[in-house]
Design a binder for this molecule. Structure first.
Ligand SMILES: [Zn+2]
Length: 290
């Protein structure tokens, strides 16, 4: 009798185990099916939402409607240019929807008519340039200063006479300068050739205006020094900041004399890319913290 009870209960236990295994399997299969279904719906949603812009690493979801609108008004532009320009806010008027500049005290600090510096921003490590290289009282961030002094002295060995006519400008200096221009020419005109206070790259301590022995800036384009700079400045970490035919991106007229220090490595990359600093920033530097 005992034997029978043991056998019977064993059978019951075995049946119970088999039942549990069976139940568990169906359950997980159902789950699998549910998951597959869920994934399919997700894929469908992404497919619906899929747009040619989102392939780009610098695509921003919140700008999607603006990309579409910009594409409609600029049908000849490619996807890369549309996303780049909208990310730069170039679909808006200059000096509107402006934001405080980020990456302060780095070589890739972007300042333009949409990204401004605070009135009390003074870059770290400003140093006075030796007046054999520059007019008196000209300051730059140390790294840029060392580099431009080396550039000028190497250029001299090639028979070039490069001098720095302007570099770091404080917020107050820029404010007075701009206000004077406005007094003489009005806001609209002044905005075409001068940055408003806080929006001038000169406040970064990384920008220089180069001349041939303090000639007029407008004449610089016609000098050997200009051509020397175009070819060699990159090796010292400087890039031409407002190039020809890029006015619609930089929002500045071509400035043959205005160079910006970004460091040698980055300067070479930017030059090779054929992009302006603004475009390069949007595509490769925006969001980086190193
Ligand atoms: Zn300048």
């Amino acid at each position: 009798m005992k034997k029978i009870i043991i056998i019977l209960s064993s059978i019951i236990v075995i049946i119970f185990i088999i039942l549990m295994i069976f139940l568990f399997n169906t359950n997980s299969k159902d789950k699998d099916i549910e998951e597959v279904k869920e994934n399919e719906t997700k894929e469908e949603i992404t497919k619906d939402d899929d747009n040619e812009f989102s392939k780009l690493s610098y695509y921003k979801d919140e700008n999607l409607d603006r990309y579409k609108a910009y594409q409609t008004s600029n049908p000849d532009l490619n996807i890369e240019d549309i996303v780049t320009r909208v990310n730069l806010n170039l679909d808006k008027d200059t000096y509107t929807d402006t934001i405080p500049a980020v990456n302060l005290n780095t070589n890739y600090l972007l300042v333009n008519k949409f990204n401004y510096l605070d009135s009390n921003y003074i870059p770290d490590n400003l140093e006075l340039l030796d007046n054999s290289y520059a007019k008196s009282g000209i300051y730059l961030v140390k790294e840029a200063k060392d580099s431009i002094e080396k550039l000028i002295s190497d250029a001299k060995n090639d028979g070039m006479n490069i001098r720095i006519a302007s570099a770091y400008r404080s917020y107050t200096y820029q404010e007075n300068l701009y206000n004077n221009y406005v007094k003489n020419d009005g806001v609209e005109m002044a905005d075409t050739y001068s940055a408003r206070a806080g929006y001038s790259e000169h406040q970064t301590g990384l920008a220089v205006d180069v001349t041939r022995t303090y000639d007029n800036f407008n004449n610089f384009e016609n000098t050997d020094e200009y051509n020397w700079m175009l070819e060699n400045a990159v090796n010292y970490g400087f890039i031409l900041r407002y190039p020809k035919d890029k006015e619609d991106i930089t929002t500045y007229s071509f400035e043959a004399w205005h160079y910006r220090y970004v460091g040698v490595e980055l300067a070479k990359k930017i030059k090779a890319s054929n992009l302006t600093f603004d475009e390069y920033y949007v595509r490769y530097l925006d969001g980086t913290n190193n």
